[in-house]
Design a protein around this ligand. Sequence first.
Ligand SMILES: [Zn+2]
Length: 315
Amino acid sequence: MKKTPGGIFSITVLIYLLAGCTTSNEGNIMGLSENEIETRLDKLPTSLTSGDLFNTSILEPTQLFDNLYFVGYVSVGSFVITTSEGIILIDTMWTPYDAEHVIVPGLKELGLNPEDIKSVIVTHGHSDHYGGAHYFEAKYGATILMGKDEWNYIHDPKAPVLTDPFGNFSTEIPLPDTYTQVTDGEIIRLGNANLTVLATPGHTPGGLSLLIPVTDNGEPHMVAVWGGTGLPDTKEENQNYLHSLNYFQNIANKKGVDASISNHPFSNNLIEKMNALKNREFNQSNPIVTGNKAFNEYIDNELRINVKNKLSSFK
Ligand SMILES: [Zn+2]
């Protein structure tokens, strides 16, 4: 039977229901009562708290390529790169709770061993990306890889304080004790893996974007991860964002990018693509590989138009 879009939607909903929601006080690392959590969340706009960015339904852990996996919520997740010498984790979700109760069980469900995590790349310094980093450093001895400006940003008392879906303030989230600085253009190597790190400030002062060589049933592809999608507040930050976007697109095209993924899976259709992947027939191509043209359309028609519109509002 052919799958209709409605059928795919139902599967998505079913996955959410089967996986269940994480209740907010379970993920509150300060142990606040539900009332206290509600008081904090009530201060946020409803468009945020009822939107995708606060949707903590767990998605089914999914293998995207031979050597790349996704674990996480609808709102945000982690990518897992397997290599001949261990695992590289990209981003760590909101909290140590997420690390322990979503990422680690997700890895196990995929047949991977969390003890193999050697490095954790934090794309940027918002708590939905670095929240579990300290957990992996403390529990598995993972090396935390970040840009220097971003390391400074997560320690900057003047940086905006974010509230997460569990009512934690970002200032309450434990930070990694140490980090290894990565710089623009650096190749991160572990075993047979080598991924390119690009400094793309804008969304935050020192964010990173990534180009990841993968294989699909042995066939090579190049996956792009744009590090921070949401637009920043000031004119200067948005100018940096646009500059970084142009730079990222240029290098990504030189490296032959033919797939693009976001660790906010509700954006860039990752959830739909993962569902299509589960229903993929043996002779079908990988739905995440949408080609170089589609990558450029995403950059040109969504990300660049958005930032240009915002920049024009400053004049
Ligand atoms: Zn962010």
